[in-house]
Structures are given as structure tokens and as C-alpha cells.
Design a binder for this molecule. Structure first.
Ligand SMILES: *Cc1c(COP(=O)(O)O)cnc(C)c1O
Length: 393
């Protein structure tokens, strides 16, 4: 019997869209010039990079010249944090962030502390929301930067970016947001939002892995963290990943079209069907993150008495890809820092499972998951000493 294959781990990475691949292929074959070369080969490659810069900028309504291509979302985060810290070291050395950021962010800031910088980590409420008042109270005369993510990878919560950015602007503090999970899935307009820097990555929006971008508002000077040639406006050296960047551009254009024609509404509907269906079918399970202020493709839960890894493995055997916590945290005995920051106890946090839909997820896929998942939980619970104990009481 053929089992259905359902990939619900789109927060970890997405499948490259056929149209994206088609746009990339010429740059891996005939259009192989170095975009920095002045001859025809180089000019052709350069044209591809220029077009992609426009496509990516249109997704977030920035100027193409405010887009710096990087080697990943991680690198975009590193550049925003370290590039600002180094550039403004004479102004101040204090950075503010939240407890639920991606490790690309948190570990960059923690590393800076070793070389004389300082930071404040803001708490979040049970839904993973940062309170703008906490941000305002944390700002000091030496604060140079605040970085709060747009949408969280583990719990899907969308932060109050407009309010947070406004507070930063009022206090003359730069504001960066990691939008790697949000870009291409929710509308982001950097002209309307008080955002100074924004990180995005192609592989979380049906583009290739190994290419990201940092939006940097005009006038902001960053100190490079990679030195070499003068590529990317002198901010990020290294011969451009031409095919990757072209794929990023194509993915951005397709995502922008999906946002305009309302495809996210269907994804949100399927997400809610999944969330409500699982909460109905599996007792003693809670949604993690915010109920409505949430990424349109993101469902995440804590299932009591069992461990996320067990669910992941049995779901995998049923042909369904999910994750427990974040992919990077797998193999780590400590439960996710995000769930702990939301106030969950260790035992509950260990039962975390994340199901993230894609634009090709179907109603049948969701029905299949709603059929397969509850008996898997029941099976694991019957083997769990914690579940037994409770039933005996
Ligand atoms: C995936 C992710 C990153 C890292 O991006 P890579 O391109 O995989 O390095 C950073 N932040 C968030 C929120 C992410 O989900």
C-alpha cells in the first residue's frame, strides 16, 4: 500500500519552486560569467543579479539599492548585529533583543558581550509576544540597536513590529527584525513600517538554500564582517552566488504574487482546520504561540505526557514530516528556549511538535494528518510512565 507523503516542515525549509529552478538553471550553465567582469559574460550575469535585487526589493517595498545579498539568513542576522555594533561602537555598546530569537541572533549578541558589548534580553508573555513597554524601559543612553523577530520559527507568533519600531525611532535606536519566517508569507512594507534592517532568506520561501538578504535603510552604515572585494556596495565581499540570487529573486516575485492574490487565506484556513482538528482530537494538548497573531502556515503544540521526538519518528514512519522544537535544537536535551520563555515547564515543553504548511499543502494532506496523528499520540501515551501515573491517581 502506498502511503501518502505529507511534508509539514516548511519552517525548516521549503521545496524549490519549479519556476524558481527554471530561472536558476541558465546561470548554472550558459550564463556562467562573473557578475563583476566587464565583458558580455559578466554583464549578463550582472543583469541577473540586478533583476533579482529588484524582485526582492519589491517584495518588501524597498529600493533595490537597500538590499545586500548574503550567504544565508544567519549571515544577514550576523551582519545586522555585528555590522551595527562595530559601526556604532563610539556611540554605545548596548543591544536589546528578545528571549525567543533564532540562535543566529542570540549567539551573535552573546558573542559581542565577550568583546565588551552589553545586552538586555526582553521577556515574552505566554503567547510569545514582546511587550512594547518592556522595550521602552530597557532603552538606555548607550543603546544602539534593538532586534526583535517578525515571526517566530518555533511558535509562529507575529510580534507587534510597528509599535516596537516606533519606540526605537522615538529614542534614536536602530531597529532590526529577523523576518526569515515571515517574508514572502505575510505582507511587509519597509516604507510603512519603522524598520531599519530586515533579514530574509530564500529557502524559507520556495527559493534555494544558501542565499539570504539584509535590507538596510538608506543612510545606515554597517561595518563589513566579511572582507575582500567591493561586492554588495562594499558591505559583503565575495563573488555573488549568481544562480542562488536569481532563484531568490524569482521566489520573491512568486511570493509577492501569492500575497496579492490571496493564496495565504487558503493556507490560513487549512492551518486553522489542522489546529482546531488536533485540539479537538487530542486531549490535554495546547497550542503554543498566539492564536491569531500568527504566521499563516504555522501550527505548533505541546502534547502532554510524551516527547516531541517520539511523535516526530512515528509521524515520519506514517509519511508525515513534522519537527519538534526547531531543527537546530534537535539532539539537544534542553527543551527549546522559546517554549521556556513562554513560561512552559520543562516536561510540557519536551512534548512540543510543529507542523508547518506550504503553498502546495492540500485539504487531503490535512485530513490525512488528522487521521494519523491522534492514534500516534495515544500509542506513545500508553507507553509513557507519566501518563500511567496520572490514570492511576
Ligand atoms: C531559518 C531561520 C534563520 C536562518 O536562516 P538560514 O538561511 O537557514 O541561515 C534565521 N532566523 C529565522 C527566524 C529562521 O527561521
Amino acid at each position: 500500500m502506498e502511503t501518502r507523503k505529507v511534508y509539514l516542515d516548511n519552517s525548516a525549509t521549503t521545496k524549490v519552486d519549479e519556476k524558481v529552478l527554471k530561472a536558476m538553471l541558465p546561470y548554472l550553465t550558459n550564463l556562467y560569467g562573473n557578475p563583476n567582469s566587464l565583458h558580455k559574460w559578466g554583464r549578463e550575469a550582472h543583469k541577473g543579479v540586478d533583476k533579482a535585487r529588484e524582485q526582492v526589493s519589491e517584495l518588501i517595498n524597498s529600493s533595490p539599492n537597500d538590499i545586500i545579498f548574503t550567504g544565508s539568513g544567519t549571515e544577514a542576522d550576523n551582519l545586522a548585529i555585528k555590522g551595527t555594533a562595530f559601526a556604532l561602537k563610539d556611540k554605545g555598546k548596548h543591544i536589546i533583543t528578545s528571549a525567543i530569537e533564532h540562535h543566529a541572533l542570540l549567539n551573535s549578541i552573546k558573542w559581542l558581550k565577550k568583546i565588551g558589548y552589553d545586552y538586555t534580553i526582553l521577556p515574552v508573555d505566554q503567547y510569545g509576544l514582546v511587550d512594547p513597554k518592556d522595550l521602552e524601559n530597557a532603552i538606555r543612553p548607550d543603546t544602539i540597536l534593538a532586534s526583535i523577530m517578525f515571526g517566530n520559527n518555533e511558535i509562529g507568533t507575529i510580534e507587534p513590529i510597528a509599535e516596537l519600531g516606533t519606540i526605537c525611532r522615538e529614542h534614536g535606536v536602530l531597529f532590526h527584525s529577523d523576518a526569515v519566517q515571515a517574508a514572502g508569507h505575510v505582507k511587509i512594507d519597509v516604507e510603512k513600517l519603522p524598520i531599519d534592517m530586515l533579514s530574509i532568506a530564500a529557502h524559507k520561501m520556495y527559493g534555494p538554500k544558501g542565499v539570504g538578504a539584509l535590507y538596510v535603510r538608506r543612510g545606515i552604515k554597517l561595518t563589513p564582517i566579511i572582507h575582500g572585494g567591493g561586492q554588495e556596495f562594499g558591505v559583503r565581499a565575495g563573488t555573488e552566488n549568481t544562480s542562488g540570487i536569481v532563484g531568490f529573486g524569482a521566489a520573491a516575485e512568486l511570493a509577492a504574487a501569492r500575497l496579492v492574490n490571496g493564496e495565504m487565506e487558503n493556507e490560513t484556513r487549512l492551518r486553522d482546520k489542522l489546529i482546531n482538528g488536533l485540539l479537538e482530537r487530542i486531549p490535554e494538548t495546547q497550542l503554543t504561540g498566539h492564536g491569531s497573531q500568527r504566521l499563516p502556515y504555522h501550527a505548533s503544540f505541546c502534547v502532554k505526557y510524551i516527547e516531541g521526538e517520539g511523535m516526530l519518528l512515528l509521524m515520519d514512519a506514517a509519511g508525515i514530516a513534522v519537527s519538534s522544537g526547531s531543527a537546530c535544537a534537535s539532539g539537544n536535551l534542553e527543551p527549546s528556549h522559546v517554549l521556556l520563555a513562554c513560561g512552559l515547564d520543562h516536561a510540557t515543553a519536551h512534548g512540543s511538535v510543529r507542523l508547518t504548511l506550504g503553498h502546495t499543502t492540500t485539504e487531503e494532506d490535512i485530513d490525512y494528518v488528522l487521521e494519523k496523528f491522534p492514534p500516534i499520540v495515544e500509542k506513545l501515551r500508553l507507553m509513557s510512565p507519566f501518563y500511567d501515573k496520572k490514570n492511576k491517581n
